[in-house]
Design a protein around this ligand. Structure first.
Ligand SMILES: O=P(O)(O)O[C@@H]1C[C@H](O)[C@@H](CO)O1
Length: 309
């Protein structure tokens, strides 16, 4: 019943990618500014998304638009596939396109998926630069029934109609992340754990939205990942998400009161106001660049251990 062009995509890949790379053991999705994750690969073959039927074009700065196949680790190396650029619903892509590459990875045989992203911290204990190993997610659209990649007719009768998500984030892979951090000698607070809230974007959160998400139990917020996780779970993959905190979401304890300011001004006692802090995508990309090396080493170490399990 599927109308998705898997046959065409897979035959193009079979034509362009050498057989030794075509059965990747691990898949990686690169978040904003994190495309350098592919730089630890060797014998790389990159296939631009525009050659792959069913793939969209990533239009966001900091995202490339190609699929990289290569080897990682010592000896013969472990074949992996890296999505250099993802699709976000706010770019205008339907959810079926957003998750199509994940479904292709599943059909190539990927069983373990490492998803990365950039996020804003809601939890005040998470400093910029922290990598958060996601343990759960909060998708507000779920509550209204929209924006879920498994909404609509089922892709296959073999997939569950009601996909459980209580175990969406692989304990096996999360353990490997903390073991890798230990092995690499990362500082105790370099890697944390937390809950990711998915918002559609592309506007960053208002202070009230930030407060709402924090009070609902989220530690970080971002505009991607959750559809990919849901589709990957439907496809039966083990999933891990590494979320790089690139900025703090501003959640002031109280609002600036213009009423009080005017009153004070009229009484000749003006109140000094600090400028409001805003986030920009440039800032997000800059932190991605700063942390690229740590992320790359962490992911490489996790992969070496996944593949030996
Ligand atoms: O693709 P990710 O989730 O890493 O990118 C984040 C969310 C938005 O696309 C963008 C905002 O700066 O970065």
């Amino acid at each position: 019943m599927s109308e998705l062009p898997f046959a065409s995509t897979l035959s193009t890949l079979a034509r362009l990618v050498p057989a030794k790379l075509l059965k990747p053991r691990v898949g990686i999705v690169c978040g904003s500014g994190l495309s350098t994750l592919a730089s630890s690969l060797r014998d790389v073959v990159e296939v631009p998304y525009n050659q792959l039927e069913g793939f969209g074009k990533s239009t966001v700065v900091g995202h490339k638009s190609s699929l990289a196949f290569g080897l990682i680790g010592p000896g013969e190396g472990i074949p992996v596939v890296v999505m250099l650029g993802r699709f976000h619903p706010y770019e205008g892509h339907p959810l079926s396109t957003v998750v199509y590459p994940i479904r292709v990875l599943a059909r190539l045989g990927v069983k373990n998926l490492i998803i990365t992203n950039a996020s804003g911290a809601l939890n005040p204990n998470l400093a910029v630069g922290t990598i958060v190993v996601i343990q759960d997610h909060l998708a507000i659209p779920n509550l209204t029934g929209h924006l879920n990649p498994v909404f609509g007719p089922q892709l296959s009768p073999d997939y569950p109609r009601f996909l459980p998500l209580s175990d969406a984030y692989s304990v096996k892979l999360r353990r490997l992340a903390f073991l890798a951090a230990n092995k690499l000698g990362l500082a105790e607070d370099a890697l944390a754990e937390g809950v990711y809230a998915w918002v559609s974007g592309p506007t960053y959160e208002t202070p009230a939205e930030g407060r709402f998400l924090r009070s609902a139990g989220a530690d970080v917020v971002g505009m991607s990942t959750v559809p990919e996780v849901v589709a990957a779970r439907e496809e039966g993959m083990e999933v891990m998400v590494l979320s790089l905190v690139t900025n703090a979401v501003v959640i002031p304890e109280s609002y600036r009161s213009i009423k009080a300011e005017i009153k004070a001004e009229l009484a000749g006692k003006p109140i000094e106001q600090a400028p409001v802090q805003t986030v920009s995508h440039d800032e997000v990309l800059a932190v991605g660049k700063q942390k690229a090396e740590v992320m790359k080493n962490l992911v490489a170490n996790i992969i070496e251990n996944v593949s030996s399990d």
